[in-house]
Design a protein around this ligand. Structure first.
Ligand code: AMP
Length: 113
């Protein structure tokens, strides 16, 4: 999508601090980190949100979790713990409408809600 900021990050049009990239997935550091480790893991193909995923996207979405696991180990937070978040629409505070998994860790995270 031409006006999507994460599509522009995937294509390299907008700079980002990438920590992982393959033909399906890109992961980069959040520009406004909420924790010592705050990485966004996104599919290279545009999907607006969980509301727009289909059953054919299940392997791709599963892959986001596998990469999150790998990055958590790489960041040294696999044992201390981390949180994976996917915001959907206004009540969850979704700001960027390109599905993404937040990987947060490196400090004690407060309760949800
Ligand atoms: P969400 O509220 O789940 O849609 O999260 C969007 C996240 O994208 C926020 O944590 C932002 O700080 C982050 N973000 C927005 N623009 C950029 C950017 N250019 N590079 C890295 N992270 C970004």
């Amino acid at each position: 999508m031409s006006d999507c900021i994460f599509c522009k990050i995937v294509s390299g049009e907008i700079p980002s601090t990438n920590v992982y990239k393959d033909e399906q997935v890109t992961a980069f550091r959040d520009i406004n980190p909420a924790a010592p480790t705050h990485i966004l893991i996104v599919p290279n193909r545009h999907i607006d949100s969980v509301n727009f995923m289909t059953t054919k996207d299940e392997p791709l979405i599963g892959r986001l979790f596998s990469i999150a696991k790998q990055l958590a180990a790489q960041e040294g937070i696999a044992e201390s713990g981390y949180r994976l978040i996917v915001n959907t629409n206004a009540d969850a505070g979704q700001a960027v409408f390109h599905i993404h998994l937040h990987l947060l860790g490196g400090r004690q995270l407060t309760t949800l809600g």
